[in-house]
Design a protein around this ligand. Structure first.
Ligand SMILES: Nc1nc2c(ncn2[C@@H]2O[C@H](COP(=O)(O)OP(=O)(O)OP(=O)(O)O)[C@@H](O)[C@H]2O)c(=O)[nH]1
Length: 300
């Protein structure tokens, strides 16, 4: 059969926390769209990145990990993951090259088997291991399920990233372009801005904080300065659950919050292409992860 003129479709990466899914998505898309962190489970939303080729378009949906739900937020996240899984053409199961396959991986494989999507295995972080270890891991991973492909990649060195895109595209149906090809993500700007702030706020804080921070961009407007330059004013709230967490986020004399603001502002300026005035407020929303009203307000 002749190669179709155009292929397009959806794909997502799944795998245990910290498997390298967000970093890989960024490497494939070539623009920072999903937040990454060296802490598990920081990715909360289905963020799309788009890989554009002359004859294909691959839309990546970035999902949070599937895990045992302990809060209402946990349950919503799992629902979101399953919804995404049943809606894509290709699923890439990510397993780090430098970690043993465990019950968590087997659990995910079990959940994936019933789906209609083409299943491929991606052995990530290959820059961290030597050849014999990688070979062993590739064999072990191949035995987990009947994968259409098993691909080793390193998002950090870039090795095999482009090949992975080609393989994934090969599993997409013949279909026309889904989005204009100058678009890399359809995530609303405010959400991306909120994610930048959240990521900056998570840098270097204690392990129990990640789940307790949420960010909401309350107001955003653009004006022209006296010098004739566009300036975007952004007012955002950082929600934490307790006074003690608020103190950590703000830091001594507000020092930490200023660093968070400066880091996030630089990224937002790059995203928007204007100068940015960023006003951050830290607020306490008790038990927001368990409260449906608060969750809705924060976009979950
Ligand atoms: N050396 C190396 N490190 C990597 C690579 N890919 C990801 N990492 C690191 O692994 C950690 C986790 O990567 P993420 O991309 O956030 O992992 P994730 O699977 O999206 O994690 P969750 O959002 O928790 O599900 C980060 O510290 C990354 O810098 C890689 O190819 N090589």
């Amino acid at each position: 059969m002749a190669e179709p003129a155009f292929r397009s479709g959806f794909a997502c990466f799944v795998g245990r926390p910290n498997a390298g899914k967000s970093t890989l998505t960024n490497a494939l898309v070539g623009e920072k769209i999903a937040i990454t962190s060296n802490r598990p489970q920081t990715t909360r939303r289905a963020i799309r990145g788009i890989v554009n080729r002359d004859h294909a378009q691959l839309v990546l949906v970035d999902t949070p990990g599937l895990h045992r739900p302990r809060t209402l937020l946990g349950e919503r996240l799992n629902d979101l993951v399953r919804e995404t899984w049943s809606d894509v053409d290709v699923i890439g199961l990510c397993i780090p090259a430098n970690e043993k396959i465990g019950p968590g991986d087997r659990f995910i494989v079990g959940e994936l088997k019933a789906l209609k999507a083409t299943l491929i295995a991606v052995v990530t972080k290959t820059d961290l291991v030597d050849r014999p270890t990688l070979t062993q891991q590739l064999v072990a991973v191949s035995e987990l399920a009947d994968f259409a492909d098993v691909v080793p990649v390193s998002a950090v060195s870039g090795e095999q990233v482009s090949l992975l895109a080609d393989l994934m595209i090969g599993h997409l149906p013949a279909a026309p372009m889904l989005y204009p090809d100058d678009v890399t993500t359809d995530e609303p700007e405010r959400v991306r801005i909120a994610e930048y702030i959240r990521e900056a706020a998570l840098e270097g804080v204690r392990d129990e904080l990640p789940h307790s921070i949420a960010v909401l961009v309350e107001e955003m407007s653009t004006e022209t300065t006296r010098g004739g330059e566009p300036l975007t004013r952004i007012y955002a709230d950082l929600y934490v659950e307790r006074q003690s967490q608020k103190a950590i986020v703000i830091g001594k004399g507000g020092a930490r919050l200023r660093t968070v603001g400066a880091t996030a502002r630089a990224q937002i300026e790059e995203l928007l292409g204007t100068r940015v005035f960023l006003d951050l407020h830290v607020r306490i929303a008790k038990e927001w992860q368990r409260d449906p009203r608060q969750l809705r307000k924060l976009g979950f």
